[in-house]
Unconditional design. Structure first.
Length: 351
């Protein structure tokens, strides 16, 4: 018996699996979602969605696959690229929004997994988007141009190679998932969405995430294996040193505040969250500012106070700032820090 999937279910599923929550109801952000998904079909050659559709503000456009770039027409108005939908570059199961600044290559589940992987690696091994800042690459206007341009170009060249490799993976994983779903390679995005709704894909996504790690690390791409490569170790790490090094978006918390206000104290906190800590402070680094703000909000809900109990800053931007920052100018009185070549280092100021 064929189970009918309602438009409401499609809207809900689509919204739930985007890497960022919409600030308005999904019907308002994507009023033409159902029609667009039905009109966009997967190109069986390049596995990229293509077809006619209507943008949220009413403009009718054609999204071209890689095989038909000669028909390319710019979307304009908030779009960096002429695409509005694609499939998750990691799991291949979810339809995700694309083409505008801050859009991610991944669905929400895979985005979180990629963030954890990059955090564990200490750098952006797997890009989130075509936009460099999303991948931790900045061009600092205050820096001497001659000193920074070569480093910036080197990073963006490497980023382009990684994105190209990731795009090849997108086609490989999508072709595999279409077979799993028993869908034709020219299926519409609506058919893909309907085939995915109502089923538990956790294990399939985890296997796809492991395959993505291997593929991006230039390891042989394999089908599902009995003993897949384990994910990066993301357990909390203790150091007896007074200083803790950090990169990316960094959250620093006083251990005294955790013990006083967090249920279960420091022991419970480090068991629940990937973090570095010593006898004085706990430091957590995030690739995404969204995850940083979510963690900050969680701490406030637990009763910890910003500035008094915790603070945060962009460690990578600080360490790359020109002229070199010798001492980080924290607003809080209990924390001090300095920068080395690629890292920032923080420690507690003892009263």
């Amino acid at each position: 018996m064929k189970i009918e999937i309602s438009n409401e279910q499609i809207y809900e599923h689509f919204e739930t699996h985007q890497s960022k929550k919409y600030k308005v109801p999904i019907e308002g952000a994507e009023p033409n979602l159902i029609n667009n998904l039905s009109r966009l079909s997967i190109c069986p050659k390049c596995l990229e969605p293509q077809g006619n559709m209507t943008l949220p503000y009413g403009q009718k456009v054609k999204q071209c696959c890689y095989c038909n770039l000669d028909e390319f027409r710019g979307f304009g108005r908030n779009y960096n690229y002429s695409t509005n939908y694609t499939t998750c570059y990691c799991c291949g199961l979810e339809v995700v929004t694309s083409g505008f600044r801050w859009s991610s290559f991944f669905c929400r589940d895979c985005n979180e997994a990629i963030i954890n992987f990059n955090n564990a690696a200490g750098r952006c091994v797997i890009p989130f988007d075509s936009f460099s800042e999303m991948n931790g690459i900045w061009f600092h206007k205050t820096a001497p141009f001659k000193d920074v341009v070569n480093d910036f170009n080197s990073q963006t060249d490497s980023e382009s190679n990684l994105i190209e490799r990731l795009d090849k993976h997108r086609a490989i994983i999508l072709r595999r998932q279409l077979k799993l779903l028993k869908l034709p390679e020219n299926a519409s995005l609506l058919e893909l969405s309907k085939a995915v709704i109502g089923k538990d894909w956790k294990q399939v996504k985890e296997e796809a995430q492991l395959d993505t790690y291997k593929y991006m690390l230039a390891m042989p791409f394999e089908k599902y294996v009995e003993t897949p490569m384990p994910p990066p170790k993301i357990e909390s790490e203790f150091t007896s040193e007074p200083e803790i090094s950090c990169v990316f978006y960094t959250l620093v918390i006083r251990n005294e505040a955790i013990n006083q206000k967090y249920e279960g104290g420091l022991k419970a906190f480090v068991a629940e969250h990937r973090t570095q800590y010593n006898n004085d402070i706990t430091v957590t680094c995030f690739m995404s500012s969204d995850n940083l703000y979510e963690a900050s909000e969680m701490l406030q809900n637990k009763g910890l106070k910003g500035e008094e109990d915790f603070t945060y800053f962009d460690a990578t931007a600080m360490s790359r700032k020109k002229p070199k920052v010798e001492t980080i100018p924290f607003k809080v009185k209990w924390l001090k820090g300095y920068c080395s070549k690629d890292h920032s280092h923080v420690s507690l100021i003892r009263q």
